[in-house]
Design a protein around this ligand. Sequence first.
Ligand code: SF4
Length: 199
Amino acid sequence: MTILYKLGDSLYVNVTNKCPCACKFCIRIDHDNVNGEDNLWLPHDPSVEEIIEDFKNFCLEDYKELVFCGYGEPLIRIHEVIEVCKYVRSMSDIKIRVNTNGLSDLIHKKPTAHLLKGYVDGLSISLNAPTKEAYLEIVRPRFGIESFDAVLKFAEEAKEFIEDITFSVVDIIPKEQIEACRRIATERNIKFRIRTFIE
Ligand code: SF4
């Protein structure tokens, strides 16, 4: 079972394969890994104890950043993510980032960004569309049309607690939509990144 895996200078944490979305571009449709090595399909969601145990196989000093990402939406397990962050913080000041679809509030049916305060240094939030209709079409979230606004609200609230926030888009969406997403990010003083689609 691959819980921690290396990608570039970062160490990634694979906490779940569950996700409330079915993005048209999701890498999980055609691949079982992102680094050519580790199968990221999990036989079960690893417990906090299992995740912490796996840290014994890695030296955090070898990495620039710890990233909760993996093959699913990590904030489905926001409480476990926080417990793992507490463990990491107890022994290292490595930067901690979460790659998320930004739907944590709808997943947990309450505001959640503040829970990450003091544990997470950065958030990369998938935006991928400039309107609620376009978002629904490409991300296909199970929460329906209210999802896009929930992502924007989550990002806005997270700004109060987390310094480094980025909206990302995948480069398969139309250029004019990419530019509209860039404007959404700029208006909110949020960084913007275009990710390359992995075929
Ligand atoms: S949010 Fe991420 S894991 Fe979920 S379907 Fe979209 S790309 Fe895949």
